[in-house]
Design a protein around this ligand. Structure first.
Ligand code: FAD
Length: 455
């Protein structure tokens, strides 16, 4: 029952409330939004009790699992913040090749449980991301080019609905709910207490190639990567980064390819044919690596303890046009932590049983990271304003990097977005759960300066 332990229910003004509010957001840039009540659930029954309490007090619910929403989506003004960070149970059924995973479980904990059984899951790239928001938002994880966005591996859910009932939902019993859970991200209308996931084979080995090139080759390297994607096996994850090389004090353009191999072949060989290959200032070629090392690289790319503003668009536009329009963004990386990710996902077939949609060949994402609050506006302007300039090339955004409050874009195809609202009206007719964030709710310097708008 929520409230049974002294710190599990905190009202605004209680000792511990402010720390619990701040702790709910991994980003050092905390939102100035204040829920009336914070409930930290210890188990599923606490979640049921919390939703019933919210109903009885007329509170809208925001949800926090791993707390990695860049904009602190779960922390909203008024209502209840339902903190699920204590829900971290994992149960594996090796014979059925499934796992039941609670929402605050992190990628490394899940992979550690799967590896002894020769099993794997496309967890998020950073080790601290919670599966809750990651799975609902699509989930571009390790080997997702081949295995698909992680949401497509959701087989069933244990979910507390707006009326306070806990149901085990499958495609047979609740097809609309499963459709919505596979991709609606921060617009989902229920509290998932357990994801039932289909598992995949553990790769036989993982290889990684990284080339860093001088910045003057930037456009050539990015254009080459666009064409080279077609030559790479789907088991190869492929991206480029424009930003400072740690410790060197200068910017480079680097390409990274990670191969999840099922045989002894080396699928990274095509990268060595790059026409500018001999100009690499640093290269690691097809080195065997581990998921622990991959997590470590990702963690160093967006380290904790900093202020972060992220944004991103999917695009299929011709590469020359992308480069032309992205020039000002790429030319103005603001400091040594910030960077632009150029991720060649290549698309994945949409499914009728998932609302997940709006992806494209390239995901272009400015990652602004800084420390001094006085620098908020400049960094936010770079990330969101920089992308606003490319809006006409966008086929949508990724909910995982959702920034709907600071630059509106579509996270779903228009048809799926409309259907989602119809289903929401059935499952959550009173709006018990907060929906997608709006510019009105943004507390960033960018919004205060009047830049965040809907289109
Ligand atoms: C350092 C870093 C690295 C990242 N790397 C990747 C990556 O490689 N790939 C990728 O796809 N994304 C990545 N992301 C984005 C990440 O997937 C999203 O921010 C995701 O929302 C994080 O999930 P969470 O549970 O930690 O977030 P939270 O902030 O806890 O949740 C975000 C929102 O998701 C919804 N939600 C979460 N849990 C539940 C639940 N149990 N029931 C109902 N609704 C829920 C709620 O609306 C909630 O407000 C990264 C983020 C960070 C900060």
């Amino acid at each position: 029952m929520a409230g049974s332990s002294p710190d599990s229910l905190l009202r605004r003004g209680d000792a511990g409330y402010e720390q619990a509010r701040l702790d709910a957001v991994w980003n050092e840039r905390k939102p100035d939004r204040y829920p009336e009540v914070i409930v930290r659930a210890a188990d599923e029954q606490d979640v049921v009790a919390a939703v019933r309490l919210a109903r009885s007090e007329g509170l809208a619910i925001g949800i926090r699992s791993g707390g990695h929403s860049w904009v602190g989506n779960g922390v909203r003004d008024g209502g209840m913040l339902l903190d699920l960070s204590r829900l971290r149970d994992v149960t594996v059924d090796p014979a059925a090749r499934t796992a039941a995973v609670q929402p605050a479980v992190k990628g490394p904990a899940l992979l550690e449980r799967l590896a002894p059984h020769g099993l794997f899951f496309p967890t998020g790239h950073a080790p601290t991301v919670g599966v809750g928001g990651f799975l609902l938002g699509g989930g571009y994880g390790w080997n997702s080019r081949r295995l698909g966005p992680a949401c497509l591996s959701i087989e069933a859910l244990d979910v507390v609905l707006a009326d306070g009932t806990l149901v085990h939902a499958t495609d047979a019993t609740h097809p609309d709910l499963l459709w919505a859970a596979r991709g609606s991200g921060p617009g989902f209308f229920g509290v998932v207490t357990r994801f039932h996931l289909a598992l995949h084979d553990l790769p036989r080995r993982v290889l990684r190639t990284v080339h860093s090139y001088p910045l003057e080759l930037r456009d050539e390297v990015l254009a080459w990567s666009y064409d080279t994607l077609e030559r790479l096996h789907p088991g190869v994850e492929f991206s480029a980064k424009v930003g400072f090389t740690p410790g060197s004090g200068r910017q480079t353009v680097s390409v990274t390819a990670t191969a999840f191999c099922e045989s002894d072949d080396n699928p990274l060989a095509p990268l060595e044919d790059a026409p500018f290959r001999d100009r690499a200032v640093r290269a690691r070629v097809a080195e065997e690596t581990t998921t622990a090392a991959l997590y470590d690289h990702a963690d160093r790319l967006t380290p904790p303890g900093m202020r972060w503003a992220l944004d991103g668009i999917w695009t299929d536009a011709p590469v020359d046009e992308v480069l032309d329009q992205a020039g000002p963004l790429l030319d103005t990386v603001p400091d040594t932590t910030s960077h632009v990710l150029w991720m060649l996902w290549g698309g994945f077939p949409e499914r009728k049983d998932a609302c997940w949609s709006s992806q494209a060949k390239l995901y272009l994402s400015p990652n602004a990271g800084w420390s001094d609050p006085a620098d908020d506006l400049a960094h936010e302007q770079w990330a969101h304003g920089g992308l606003a300039r490319l809006q006409h090339l966008s086929t949508g955004l990724q909910f995982s990097d959702n920034n709907l409050a600071d630059r509106f874009d579509h996270g779903l195809s228009p048809a799926n977005a409309a259907r989602l609202e119809e289903i929401r009206a059935v499952y959550d007719p009173e709006g018990r759960f907060h929906g997608y964030m709006t510019p009105r709710e943004s507390t960033t310097a960018y919004a205060a300066a009047g830049h965040a708008r809907t289109h």
